[in-house]
Ligand binder design. Structure first.
Ligand SMILES: Cc1cc2nc3c(=O)[nH]c(=O)nc-3n(C[C@H](O)[C@H](O)[C@H](O)COP(=O)(O)OP(=O)(O)OC[C@H]3O[C@@H](n4cnc5c(N)ncnc54)[C@H](O)[C@@H]3O)c2cc1C
Length: 596
């Protein structure tokens, strides 16, 4: 079956939840109205449905392969990437001054989701290039920006992110790659990087590696790490390509999923040293890389939503076609399509509600990012930045954990056929597993949420969000419909559970860190579930207003039903997490290490 981009749902989230009309009032985004969004999304949908999506299954069957230091991508990828680049998609959210289109993230995020739903393996190359552009925009010199960003925006060159080494994964303080200063101001790099996505490939003329390394004599730990540009081909001052640099792909990995995306071992400096150029100041590399990582973490959250959407569409179609068993209510005389069975509908609704909830949360986060960067008022920018930063680990952590559940249900709806590769549902399930691992595992996102985003400010941002949720509860009460009142009860209970946990975390993060961190991932799940559920409650209110105004009745009714389902079946999970966090932390520490 073919993929259909969920343009309508995306526009609904932009219009009613992220308030695109307000984004379009920000300086620089005057053109970003609903009509523009619709036109961009429709064109994005066309390219991805017709060109990129059909290569998804091909990539799983015929992954990228390595030959003598070169990586050959799945047949068709190169041509699709050319089309993607020529369409200007790489520059969608990047500044006009460097050849981009300068659209807000609120619209750009939807395009990223569509691309990833079409083909996750393919989409990783533009995703990392976006991250490299963003890091250079923030920390690069003017000359570096002019030299490296326009060709990446044009799609002639791509970018990578080189953090991981065999002994340094979650803990980047252990990075050992060395950088030796040279008399001409450049550096020579020596070391091995592993798991580098699109570290080598045949889709672009050049690859701009952004590499974390330690300058000779730098302090130990994270304070001694610097960031370097190491181009695959050296670049002349006029932008033309020079000699091949001393960075080579010595192998690629065989993986559970995202098989078409080459995951490379890169060897730096085997033939005298890879030439690199310092980005920003020495020893501030991790700080700069965090900018790239925050962009990439948000985008990985979109990957989770994308896979969930794809899995849902496939399962819903199968459930309409597969005939098996007589419905319990006797509505069909004999065997009926399985969608008639309540449990199948429960599975489909779980998939749909989780997907729409996460999308709503990500869209609202994107609008906060836009306001944080473009709003004329400094205090408004600060508040939006704090809100966005709180949401990044939720978008990344919750949406990707949820994608495991959704893609697993996708297999389940297919029964035995789901386990058979030809059906395609299994690919989404396998592909989803990486999303909770790279760009920082779920535990690392949870550490960020608990340490930097909650404990550090004494829970101030978390409580401000709780207050906004309480305001939505008041609106639900004001609406007064049976659906709104039912959602109100669930939302209130989930919000109170969240507040209780925030209080627990703030009280224990320093005094009893084992108790706090034993609940870090459950806290992330609770917070993500709540924020997504809050957005679904807002969606219900917006849909009811639209319905009253006579707009698109079938769509709005489905939205209300999905929001109600989210409240009754998904928001209710929050109380369980609260109980485990507050009452169950001792059980995590109880078992002696030797007993494992
Ligand atoms: C397909 C693929 C593509 C990748 N692409 C890139 C890339 O392009 N660039 C790049 O630099 N890297 C890339 N990576 C590496 C990826 O980011 C790391 O694998 C990831 O950060 C986890 O590190 P690790 O594998 O060393 O696991 P470890 O750090 O060894 O973690 C093992 C387990 O311990 C837990 N753990 C570790 N520390 C803590 C802690 N402080 N608190 C709680 N739990 C903890 C983790 O959550 C995990 O469950 C990629 C990896 C894969 C598999």
């Amino acid at each position: 079956m073919t993929f259909k981009a969920p343009v309508k749902d995306m526009l609904f989230a932009m219009q009613h939840l992220a308030r695109l009309d307000q984004v379009a009032q920000l300086p620089g985004f005057e053109e970003a109205n609903l009509e523009t969004a619709q036109a961009v999304l429709q064109e994005c949908a066309r390219l991805n449905e017709e060109v990129v999506a059909p290569l998804n299954w091909e990539g799983d069957k015929q992954p990228s392969w390595w030959q003598d230091g070169n990586v050959i991508t799945t047949p068709g990828f190169k041509e699709a990437f050319r089309e993607y680049a020529e369409g200007g998609w790489q520059g969608l959210q990047h500044p006009v001054t460097f050849g981009g289109q300068g659209l807000p993230k609120t619209i750009g995020a939807a395009c990223t989701e569509i691309l990833n739903a079409a083909n996750l393996s393919f989409a990783l190359c533009p995703l990392l290039t976006d991250g490299a552009i963003e890091a250079l925009l923030t920390a690069g010199s003017e000359a570096q920006k002019r030299l490296y960003i326009p060709p990446m925006i044009e799609g002639r060159w791509t970018g990578t992110m080189n953090l991981t080494e065999p002994q340094a994964g979650s803990d980047l303080s252990l990075v050992r790659t060395r950088a030796e200063p040279q008399p001409d101001g450049s550096y020579k790099l020596f070391g091995t990087k592993i798991f580098i996505t699109y570290g080598e490939h045949d889709m672009a003329e050049n690859i701009v590696h952004l590499v974390l390394a330690r300058v000779t004599g730098a302090p130990e730990g994270v304070k001694g790490i610097s960031l370097f540009i190491v181009p695959k081909f050296l670049v002349n001052p006029d932008g033309s390509l020079g000699a091949r640099n001393d960075v080579r792909c010595v192998s690629i990995e065989h993986k559970l999923g995202i098989k078409a995306s080459p995951t490379c071992v890169l060897q730096y400096g085997d033939q005298g040293g890879a030439i690199g150029y310092l980005v920003g100041e020495e020893n501030r590399g991790l700080e700069y890389m965090f900018i790239m990582m925050n962009a990439a973490r948000y985008a990985v959250g979109l990957q989770g939503i994308a896979l969930s959407e794809r899995a849902y569409q496939k399962a819903a179609q199968y459930a309409r076609e597969r005939v098996q068993s007589r419905p319990v209510d006797g509505s069909v005389a004999g065997a009926a399509p399985i969608i008639h069975h309540p449990d199948v509908r429960r599975m489909l609704l779980t998939m749909r509600a989780l997907t729409e909830g996460c999308r709503a949360m990500a869209t609202v986060a994107a609008a906060a990012y836009d306001a944080a960067h473009h709003h004329p008022d400094a205090e408004t920018r600060r508040q939006n930045q704090a809100f966005y930063e709180f949401l990044v680990p939720l978008v990344k952590g919750y949406s990707t954990e949820v994608s495991h559940e959704v893609t697993s249900l996708g297999v389940q709806v297919h029964g035995g056929m789901g386990f058979i590769e030809e059906t395609g549902a299994a690919q989404y399930y396998r592909d989803a597993k990486i999303l909770t691992i790279y760009e920082g595992t779920t535990a690392i996102q949870a550490n960020d949420l608990l340490g930097r985003k909650t404990a550090r400010d004494g829970g101030a941002v978390a409580r401000a969000i709780a207050q906004q949720i309480a305001a939505t509860e008041a609106e639900l009460a004001g609406d007064g419909s049976a659906d709104a009142l039912a959602v109100l009860v669930r939302l209130q209970a989930a919000r109170q559970a969240f507040e209780e946990v925030v209080g627990f975390m703030v009280a224990h993060a320093k005094s009893d860190p084992v108790a706090a961190y034993a609940g870090s991932v459950p806290y992330l799940m609770l917070a993500g579930n709540l924020v997504a559920g809050w957005q679904m409650a807002r969606a219900l209110l917006a849909a009811r207003r639209a319905l009253a105004a006579g707009e698109d009745a079938a769509f709005m009714r489905a939205k209300i039903a999905t929001a109600r389902f989210y409240a009754d079946h998904i928001l209710t999970r929050c109380a369980g997490w609260r109980d485990s966090i507050v009452g169950g932390h001792a059980a995590v520490a109880a078992m002696a290490l030797e007993a494992y």
